[in-house]
Write a protein that binds this ligand. Sequence first.
Ligand code: ZN
Length: 351
Amino acid sequence: MHLSRRGFWAALLAGIVAPGLIPAGSLAAPAGPAGPAALTTTYQVVSATDTTLTMRFTARNSSSAPIDVRSLDLPRAHQIGEVLSVTRDGTPVEYRGKLVKLAASEKSAYTRIPAGGAYTVDMRLADDYDLSRAGTYLVTLTSTGLTSGRGVVRTVTGIRGSAAALRTTAGTVTTSIQRAGVAAVTLRFSNCSSSEQSQLRTAIGNALTYATRARSWLAGHTAGGGNYLTWFGAYSPARFNRATTTFAAITDELTNRTVDLVCDAASPYMAYVYQADHYRIHLGRGYWPAAATGWDSKAGTLIHESSHFTVNGGADDHVYGLAEGQQLARTDPNKAVDNADNIEHFAESLG
Ligand SMILES: [Zn+2]
């Protein structure tokens, strides 16, 4: 544990407060009925300063057999989705970290925790959550495959994260695609090779075709049904309006805005964005093998990522995948219209 500003700052975990000591400790809870019975999860404060808050998450396997946990359900050093729930004094703290689109192999990846072993990760929470206000922060795991204990941190002053530093880019190249008529999207490339830039220009054009096709399809099917039913479920005026608004906003992005495309060769994912970092899409190594169009294509992935931006409706990643998305449409249409993969797959289904 490391505290750089003792006294300026106080962090503690619920129930384990030692007077006079720099707070440290862990709060353990047995996994609940939904989780593997032999896994016990703990949270521990590793480092707390006015600029960082690092909590260590541990899932310990106390059984005599290895346990496989879906990797998506485990927190990572930087969250790749909303696997955690963070509240300050009972109010949800918005996740502002990466939302990624996984390559196919990662959707079904499992992390093996050996018998008697543990999965441990140090989470830099100030990078992904706004902790700038003092209060009592409660951290819990929300993933469905694993239940957990919870961590509590009380701060007497705010913590300034370093999320802004993560987003700095270098080597920016600007280009623009002229569309027939007046408007033109402006593209800025960072760290993309000329081949990657060429593929992205094509993908942006194809994504715009997807978005405009989705808009006109919806305009002609105002009672839903058909492909709408498959991907967004039962019709309701509010949900239908949400879908229409989403594709109108994405069309606007791909027609009138400046889109930043950042090639991140260090990332294994297809792509990721930060919801509040509008019109900036990061492409990982998993992006380039995808087909130009069709299911989970380069063009469709741009639709998926663009749907995450708050200005475009702020969709989340409730589930990934074709079968999973269709199931979501049947069982929870409110989430289906808010699910980035469903928005992508609806657009791709019209191709
Ligand atoms: Zn996503």
